[in-house]
Design a protein around this ligand. Structure first.
Ligand SMILES: C[S@@+](CC[C@H](N)C(=O)[O-])C[C@H]1O[C@@H](n2cnc3c(N)ncnc32)[C@H](O)[C@@H]1O
Length: 212
């Protein structure tokens, strides 16, 4: 199994990577996150990728402290480059977080954990661990927000989704789309309740869960 999949991106001379998908979905995500993020506190973004989102989201939500992270050192360099060039004060240095292992943060570190376009790229055991670690990182009443492509039951939202999932599974049979129901079960097993299911462009979903 490939340890992790890195996204397609161009790289500027200063180290900032730019991925077309992140350019496309930043605006719709900011709009939806306005309804789902807490009004203040700290957001831990898991698998921040290039750092484009971290720069855009921290600027859009100046009352939140934004902590990006990624498992990949090259991605963390790109996140750091976006942080330097944006000059946004509420954007922290990226943490090294692998969702299949313990996160280097204490209980109550964040009020929200966000991950964008990660869960379809990892095995189910990683998704289960993700929710357990998120629970440990959150304060009471905290929330987890996950965005990406999902199955609805056993159905694909489109033929394009079916083709993409088939290509992922051909590359690594342990990864691929998860159903909304399976993700909700993993979240529930870690103590989260479903709060919202927002339809997003290109058949994606933004799922929000919270802790009591
Ligand atoms: C498709 S990219 C999405 C990046 C970003 N969230 C976005 O939407 O632009 C997937 C990211 O997940 C990271 N990743 C893959 N496996 C991971 C893992 N086990 N733990 C944490 N991050 C991981 C990769 O390094 C990559 O940056």
């Amino acid at each position: 199994m490939a340890r992790h999949i890195i996204q397609q991106a161009d790289e500027a001379a200063d180290g900032r990577r730019t991925a077309p998908a992140a350019l496309r979905n930043s605006g719709p995500l900011i709009e939806a996150l306005r309804r789902r993020l807490p009004s203040e506190g700290r957001v831990l973004e898991v698998a921040s990728g290039t750092g484009q989102h971290a720069a855009a989201f921290s600027e859009a939500f100046p009352d939140l402290d934004w902590v990006p992270s990624d498992v990949d050192p090259g991605q963390r360099q790109s996140i750091a480059a976006w942080r330097r060039s944006s000059g946004v004060k509420n954007l922290a240095e990226p943490l090294a977080i692998d969702i299949s292992a313990s996160w280097p943060v204490g209980q109550g570190f964040a009020q929200a954990v966000l991950t964008v376009n990660l869960l379809h790229l990892v095995p189910e055991t990683f998704v289960s661990r993700f929710f357990e670690e998120a629970r440990s990182a959150l304060s009471s009443g905290g929330r987890v927000i996950v965005y990406g492509p999902f199955l609805r039951g056993s159905s694909y939202a489109s033929e394009g989704d079916r083709a993409f999932d088939t290509s992922l599974r051909a590359r690594d049979p342990t990864i691929g789309y998860k159903s909304v129901e399976a993700v909700s079960e993993f979240a529930g097993a870690a103590g989260f309740s479903p709060l919202a299911n927002d339809a997003m462009p290109a058949n994606n979903l933004l799922l929000t869960f919270n802790l009591p």
